[in-house]
Ligand binder design. Structure first.
Ligand code: HEM
Ligand code: HEM
Length: 253
């Protein structure tokens, strides 16, 4: 065994199959890079922002309401990522061979992920109006939590997480089909573990604050505060419990 074979760096640089030679078409490599950027980085970060940053850590809630930073990031970030992801799929469309069952499965789940992504963006635009207590003439879908808003929240949240899970599987299949270098699989796995850890930590901090409260505050005169929030693990606060929660968190960290 020579020195080079023992070298962990050499091991990491080899393709997953262990073959010394690795050829990938220009289209497939750009398809892979773009898909990892969109489905591995931009879209999951956009989801974390939408879930945990509706009230910013520095924000004096509920004196300061409706901070639109999360909204701007989610709308533009997810919108741009879906357009870019469509370009990424277009790059490989019809150049793919489907030579192995795994390549064919990557194609099937890849098309499903693409369809889910487009459906998510369309659902976003079909979410209805916002409204608010000041606007008694235009009762907004969100302020009144109409069936339309209710359906949007249920479908957008569940399909969004389903899309991310399927994308994760698709990316790993893509890496195997392309016989990518080992370091890529390792780096992408570590990145996803960090995302899961960040999710768990923010969830435990109580940062998943109800959208409705983030926008209109905790007062029960607002109709949406009289029904349960839609989804799992969503926190509601009063001004006092919010101050207590985040003061306590700061002291203990
Ligand atoms: C969630 C992310 C991804 C999606 C949505 C996706 C989507 C797709 C789709 C729809 C096809 C089939 C195109 C057709 O029917 O003509 C395909 C093929 C392919 N993808 Fe991906 N892809 C993703 C990630 C990746 C990654 C990370 C790689 C790694 C380089 C990759 C490598 C490939 C290759 C090599 C093919 C051609 C397979 C064959 O020979 O049939 N993909 N992808
Ligand atoms: C560009 C168009 C989009 C718009 C207008 C939009 C809009 C929204 C809105 C309003 C919410 C907050 C729902 C609430 O808490 O009441 C949300 C949350 C969410 N969005 Fe989007 N979205 C878009 C694209 C996407 C895409 C492409 C994905 C794909 C993964 C996605 C995944 C999610 C998820 C998973 C949540 C729930 C996060 C949580 O609170 O747990 N969105 N989106």
């Amino acid at each position: 065994m020579n020195l080079l074979q023992n070298d962990w760096l050499t091991w990491l640089l080899l393709p997953l199959s262990g073959n010394a030679h690795h050829e990938l078409s220009f289209w497939a490599s750009w398809h892979g890079r773009i898909m990892v950027l969109c489905w591995g980085v931009l879209l999951p970060l956009g989801v974390l922002i939408a879930r945990f940053f509706k009230v910013m850590p520095s924000q004096n809630w509920p004196t300061v309401l409706d901070n639109k930073a999360w909204w701007t990031a989610h709308l533009h970030g997810q919108g741009a990522a879906i357009v870019l992801a469509a370009v990424g799929v277009a790059l490989i469309w019809n150049t793919a061979g489907g030579a192995t069952p795994l390549a064919r499965w990557h194609g099937y789940t890849g098309w499903a992920v693409t369809a889910l992504g487009i459906a998510q963006a369309l659902a976003g635009f079909a979410r209805g109006s916002k409204g608010g207590p000041q606007d008694a003439r235009v009762r907004g879908d969100h302020y009144d939590m109409t069936p339309r808003r209710n359906t949007f929240e249920k479908t957008h949240k569940s399909l969004g997480y389903a899309a991310l899970l399927l994308a994760l599987v698709t990316v790993f299949m893509g890496l195997v089909v392309a016989d990518a270098p080992r370091w890529m699989l390792l780096a992408i796995s570590l990145w996803w573990l960090s995302l899961i850890a960040a999710f768990a930590w923010l969830q435990k901090q109580g940062r998943c604050i109800d959208t409705y409260q983030a926008i209109w505050g905790p007062d029960t005169s607002h109709p949406g505060n009289r029904i349960a929030p839609i989804g799992w693990g969503i926190r509601r606060y009063t001004a006092a419990s919010f101050a207590k929660q985040f003061k306590k968190t700061k002291e203990t960290t």
